[in-house]
Design a protein around this ligand. Structure first.
Ligand code: HEM
Length: 413
């Protein structure tokens, strides 16, 4: 392969994510030579690529100077993409202070460590059932059989969505987050996929809202349907967007951490054996899995005033993209960053972001991953790849769409 140069590297071409996975070598070059880099290519609207841990933390902690916008991520201009500032949804990720905190307050308390802890028994039950279904099978697609099921089932239960509708939620959230992937978009354009999926989602949630306004229950749907922002019910577009955000945000991300985590263990059998021997390692292992997989590739920010970052003049209106997986391999923060090491401590990854928009679902994701990997360590007697992994065509949320494995799952004790 030709030597990488700053002028030729590609970091937002979704096809390269399918072919090669994350561009870790490109990010390493950027961190070394141009950590705050003005990225200009004919097919991309120019933006500052921010690749070091410290700079991403710095930008994320100044939501007034670097505001969140409609366009959540940077990609190549392709036919069929919606205009970048079109409001597909209006939700927390696009909001700024003080509105942002007022909206976040509507469901915040349902995602605290204590509230999430109460979901443990349900998460244990779903995980047990997912693995029970694999007993006696010697091959499966780990993504559809295991990784995708748990996060979707958990959030759907939190919303009080009946099990018969979970496949619908699964399809619609794939289409909303991966419309640039042909498997999810089918024959439609990206815009058409987004539009249709959004309409289907909104129709469905509308029904839930009507029901929970008439007869509230103790679930997330009721909290949103009857929630207040500054003393007023949420406007309908913001309300529908909130439902969609919570359904979508946790699915693809937690799924890819699960799949990528097992993939990392398959490639590092010593780490797998260590986890199997000592289940007390699970919390640390999960932090390392989240650092290693970093399922969110980037979020954007826009400068609201002229300023300076890493010795560069940033102008008002300039776009920035924060590359979390790069920050999580930053050699100035992590010793041997390219080693998957479940004993790593401290592990100051920022895969969940940091500051104003820190992931609302981080406690939930951590718990789901901990339960899943504890069960896998106990019941997965053997596992190996049975074919090549297929990666998602996206430079926003990255990961593995399919991972065929040969495995042996022990019956539950
Ligand atoms: C491993 C799994 C996950 C990862 C890696 C992840 C990552 C992230 C990141 C990087 C951000 C944005 C940070 C920023 O812009 O500064 C974020 C925000 C968010 N995440 Fe997650 N997430 C995960 C799981 C979840 C789950 C399970 C849920 C909920 C069910 C969730 C809900 C949200 C929400 C609502 C926001 C927006 C918060 C805000 O703007 O205030 N996430 N997440």
């Amino acid at each position: 392969m030709a030597a990488l140069t700053l002028d030729t590297i590609e970091i937002v071409n979704p096809d390269l994510y399918v072919q090669r996975g994350y561009p870790h070598e490109e990010w390493a070059l950027l961190r070394r030579e141009a950590p705050v880099h003005y990225y200009q290519r004919p097919e991309v609207d120019p933006f500052w690529a921010i690749t070091r841990h410290a700079d991403i933390v710095n930008v994320s902690r100044q939501p007034g100077l670097f505001k969140s916008i409609q366009q959540l991520f940077v990609t190549m201009n392709q036919p069929g993409l919606p205009p970048p500032d079109e409001a597909i949804l209006r939700q927390l990720l696009n909001m700024n202070p003080p509105e942002h905190a007022a909206y976040r307050g509507v469901v915040n308390r349902r995602f605290t460590p204590r509230s999430v802890q109460q979901l443990t028994a349900g998460i244990e039950r779903i995980t047990t059932e997912v693995l029970d279904a694999l007993v006696g099978h010697d091959e499966c697609d780990f993504v559809t059989a295991v990784s995708a099921t748990l996060p979707l089932a958990v959030i759907a239960e939190m919303f009080g969505i009946p099990q018969a509708d979970w496949p619908l939620m699964f399809r619609l959230s794939n289409e909303m987050i991966g419309p640039t992937d042909p498997e999810y978009a089918g024959n439609e354009t990206v815009t058409a996929t987004l539009e249709r999926a959004r309409m289907e989602f909104f129709q469905y949630f509308n029904g839930l809202v009507e029901d929970r306004r008439k007869s509230p229950r103790d679930d997330l749907s009721s909290a949103l349907a009857n929630g207040l922002v500054n003393g007023e019910p949420l406007p309908i577009f913001e309300l529908m967007s909130y439902f969609a955000l919570l359904i979508i945000a946790g699915n693809e991300t937690t799924r890819n951490a699960t799949t990528g985590g097992l993939h990392a263990f398959i490639n590092n059998p010593d780490q797998w054996q260590m986890l199997k021997r000592d289940p007390a390692m699970v919390p640390k292992a999960v932090e390392e899995i989240v650092r290693w997989t970093s399922p969110v590739i980037q979020f954007t920010r826009k400068a609201t005033a002229d300023t300076e970052l890493g010795g560069h003049k940033i102008r008002e209106g300039d776009m920035l993209a924060l590359f979390y997986p790069s920050a999580n391999r930053d050699e100035s923060v992590f010793a041997a960053p390219n080693h998957f090491d479940i004993t790593r401590y401290p592990n100051q990854h920022i895969a969940f972001g940091i500051g104003e928009h820190f992931c609302l679902g981080a406690n939930l994701a951590r718990l789901e991953l901990q339960v899943m990997f504890r069960h896998l360590a106990q019941r997965l007697e053997s596992v190996e790849l049975a074919g090549p992994v297929q990666r998602m065509r996206s430079c926003f949320v990255g990961g593995i769409k399919h991972m065929p494995v040969r495995l042996r799952v022990l019956p539950r004790k």
